[in-house]
Design a protein around this ligand. Sequence first.
Ligand code: NOJ
Length: 556
Amino acid sequence: MSTAVTTPASPTPHGPEWWRTAVIYQIYPRSFADGNGDGLGDLAGIASRLDDLSYLGVDAIWLSPFFVSPQRDAGYDVANYRDVDPRFGTLADMDALIAAAHDRGIRVIADIVPNHTSSDHVWFQAALASAPGSPERARYLFKDGKGPDGSQPPTDWLSVFGGPAWSRVTEADGTPGQWYLHLFDESQPDLNWDNQEVVDEFDSVLRFWLDRGIDGFRVDVAHGMVKDPAYPDYQPKHDPEIGGGGIYLDCPYFGQTGVHRIWRHWRTVIDEYPGDRILTAESWVHPMTELANYTRPDEYHQAFNFPFMFAGWDAAKLRTSIDESLKEFGAVGAPSTWVLSNHDVVRHTSRFGLRDSGPQGSGIGPRDPQPDEALGLARARGAALMMLALPGSVFVYQGEELGLPEATQIPADARQDPTWFRTGGEKYGRDGCRVPIPWQAGAPAYGFSPTGAAWLPQPEGWDAYARSAQEGVEGSTLELYRAAMAARTAHGTSTADLTWIEGLPAGVLGFTVADLAVYVNTSDTPAPIDDPGDVVLASQDFDGTLAGNATVWIQR
Ligand code: NOJ
């Protein structure tokens, strides 16, 4: 380890390998809590709400990027990896936040973005000012264009956000020049991970934060760092069975096997540090065996289970997804993770309120069919209670513990997501799941900020979702999450084996886990449950008949 850890030792609420069973709560800093009243959430706001997270019972928080950034992709465009964006606070604020979280037994995971930098990063600015073939350009993926005058992009690849994945630069002498690759926005140039200088720089960045007491990293676009050196043309295929941005193995820029070399190396850096620090992969790959490969013992500790996220509210798909997850992650000795929502997808309360949902990043807007809010909430509560009974580790996205729906009526002139702009408004993008969350019913900005300012407009009618309206209120979604998180620990479900209960009515799933029997009714039809045990938790009233779109935990 390069320098001494400056913060209190990390807590160990779950003992060694805490990450196998942890509930990790995702904070999207700009939308969580605003301490200074400018309408953008910040580190001071997060610090002021740590006790609320203790009350909920989370084991760790994962902070989406808080680094210096022009914020063209809400911080996933980093200009300086070693400092906090002044909009969110200072390095001292971050040190204080880590210490305050640790004091409460909460670990802190940072979000590292190694596939690309911001175009404002000093490296990219130097690359623009340097000649083709220079060491400065060799840190990124610059190529000559096709055609006699190089005016055609090197490949036909598309940006994930829409439009071409290549942009052409103007050389120092004013002539049209080379092209650079950006799998996302043009302000997010892809780094060249074949360049040792890039590898060394990120080792140093990891150590910078590990030395400050960070407990691990969620790694952005973990499947993207290596590109097929032949640079073949490729158009993404969309397959509803894969869904959610999952990709095929023939994709030349995602899911290349060369990425595993990088992760094996990162694991050695992480393992230099005491205290059970972790790496979590954001890898949108398909099939599940490919995803599990990221969690082999010398790579990541965990990976987001996106196939589970997109299994929907469908008994057969959920059962298949759960079986595959336990089998494939289990085969490499990793815990499965479970996740229903994050800052890139339509909130599951609203996905489940639609009969059909679009691909990742499309969003729901004013011109779309609107979700059935009550149906979506019932299913979301049922899904959460199912998820929190499953063996492994769980991710909760801020606001889902409130049952918060997607904001579907954001006006065009308030939208911020690059997807909206790069598709000319064809796709709404991800703003709807990023709206600042409600804390206080009746307060300006629902208590998100002291001034009532909010960087995205909050819908009317969110008082009922506010935390103040739910805390201590029996049957509220907040109390359901809180009780389930405590009960999963008390009953030991997160380390237990799962066994399916057969012979249940159509649309009803049942499984035993530890000393519980869990029944999930994905259909609209109430289902009699012949189980004499006491009810431990239920997402809707249960009297021997399980309501449609509901889950119950019964003591065995
Ligand atoms: C995945 C992140 O979750 C998303 O928000 C971001 O836009 C892309 N990676 C690009 O960094």
